[in-house]
Unconditional design. Sequence first.
Length: 233
Amino acid sequence: MAYQSVFKRYELKYLLTTEQKEIILQAMAPYMELDQYGRTTIRNIYFDTDSYRLIRRSIEKPAYKEKLRIRSYKRATSDSQVFVELKKKYDSVVYKRRISLPEHTAMEWVTTHTRIKDSQIAHEIDYFINYYEGLHPTVYLSYEREAYYEKSGGDFRVTFDDNILCRTEDLSLTSHAYGTPILEEGKVLMELKCAGGLPLWMVHTLSENGIYKTSFSKYGTAYTQLIYPTLKR
């Protein structure tokens, strides 16, 4: 199956109550449609150094930041196709490069630095792996996602994530989704993804209901809530 391997877009985040989510869904109804996968559980393994160099820098909110993860859209087996994703953000624009590989090959690539593919994206990921020496799995993050796309065929997308769970052990995409919740009960993370400006109907909906953009990193929150308190002991 063909998949999109390169992304360049803005990603705007909003922490909603369940009531605000319903308001947004009602406003979206004439324009947006739930994608073919419906509600899915997304699983991620994030990689970092022993000193958590990547996430510590990201939390400082620099103009440029980057991270590496392996993602699956279902519980994986060793032969399941997963995505190795290099995600960068510069001047509010998100750039993502990804490659699909069997789970065991993906994990071996990142943890042993063994080159497995010859492509431009693979070379970028290889450079990242070699630059940040000693990368290893640090956090498992899963969440339930509903993703919507424009009925008109445009590039605007809306996702709602809840039941965000994280853990620092059993770092495998082949395991069950479980962990410590990192969102307040009754909260939903909405992300608006677009190449340019937001549709006017969405701008009006946000403004009329006092819904404002926030800064929220799933890995960053996992670090501050789970990892950093442990490091201080």
